[in-house]
Design a protein around this ligand. Structure first.
Ligand code: OOG
Ligand code: NI
Length: 329
């Protein structure tokens, strides 16, 4: 299912276009960034997506492996895992085929370790996922439904397809949540509450600052421009998240808050998606290529950084806290 040497698989490309356009349709701040910073500053077609990020519930058939196996079917390969014990999260990133590094985004997929939550929170989540998880994780011969972590390496084909469909359509794979369940989950796991109402929708795209033509590539200058233009950035742990090797620099907006139609047709605000910005420095051994203007994307600092990711996850937590303080959630 992988593409030819230079062209991404057409189904993958069409899926990613769709994922992005539905993300933009319901993320006003992301549209404004593109409008006010990119279109006005650098010309329209300069968007380069460093990575896409998705969130999942870690139950069999629905966790990061389900989305991950869809990505693997498209030629992505799983790289490092990262764990976040305090928030009960596990994440992994997937790299596109080397020859498509400038065409396809990296993928960052995380899951909530549901079994680590309180019995009450687990009961809420399982009331939405149980039937689905059963049918998805046992529907193909050889698939494993015995993993309690939801991270068994063999995902059923049904789970793979269902996860990818959820990402592409943005349609929730479970029944419409009640506001009561959303608010109850929010008390214990803001991530869990986010997944309950957003499903597999794109959580954020990260735009690549060093790939903006006509820009110095300096993410500090870029972030300053965003602040000057009135965008609210995530300041958890400091505005700029810098890896210990100084090669990976990241910052993000605070997520948008928007109306959601809960069960019983009750309309109330929930936390939605956000946008991230990334600068990757040349790997030290390839610095001479940078000087000569011949550096390729895969020769820059690759991957992610757990300590930075921990603070970037707060892009939705901060939005939830602010909205609760204003009494609108
Ligand atoms: C993911 C947060 C981490 C990164 O680039 O390290 C992240 C999330 O909020 O789901 O995006
Ligand atoms: Ni990210």
């Amino acid at each position: 299912m992988t593409g030819t040497a230079q062209e991404p698989n057409r189904l993958l490309k069409a899926s990613l276009d769709n994922i992005l356009s539905s993300y933009l349709a319901c993320t006003p701040s992301a549209r404004q960034v593109i409008d006010r910073v990119y279109t006005q500053g650098y010309g329209k077609d300069q968007l380069f997506h460093d990575h896409f990020a998705f969130r999942t519930f870690g139950v069999p058939g629905l966790g990061l492996d389900s989305l991950g196996s869809a990505l693997e079917a498209f030629g992505y390969t799983r790289q490092d895992y990262y764990s976040f014990p305090r928030t009960h999260l596990l994440a992994a990133w997937y790299a596109p085929p080397r020859e498509l590094y400038t065409t396809l985004p990296r993928m960052f997929v995380s899951q909530l370790q549901v079994e680590k939550l309180s019995p009450a929170a687990q009961a809420i989540i399982l009331s939405y996922t149980a039937d689905l998880a059963d049918s998805l994780s046992s529907s193909s011969p050889g698939s494993s439904s015995s993993s309690s972590s939801g991270s068994s390496s063999s995902s059923s084909f049904a789970a793979t397809l269902s996860a990818w469909t959820g990402a592409v359509t943005g349609v929730l794979p479970w029944r419409t949540p009640s506001r009561e369940d959303y608010l109850a989950l929010l008390q214990e796991s803001e991530y869990g509450a986010w997944v309950l109402v957003n499903g597999y929708r794109l959580n954020h795209t990260a735009l690549s600052v060093h790939n903006i033509a006509g820009h110095s590539g300096d993410i500090y200058a870029f972030a300053n421009d965003l602040v000057m233009k009135g965008f609210k950035l995530n300041e958890e742990g400091g505005l700029m998240k810098v890896s210990p090797d100084s090669g990976l620099l990241q910052c993000s907006t605070v997520a948008d808050v928007m109306d959601f139609t809960f069960a019983g047709a009750e309309v109330h605000p929930v936390v939605g998606a956000y946008m991230e910005f990334v600068e990757r420095k040349p790997q030290p051994q390839h610095a001479h290529l940078a000087a000569a203007g011949q550096l390729q994307e895969h020769q820059r600092r690759d991957g992610f950084e757990a300590a930075s990711a921990k603070d970037i996850f707060a892009s939705t937590t901060l939005a939830a806290a602010a909205a609760q303080k204003q009494g609108i959630l």
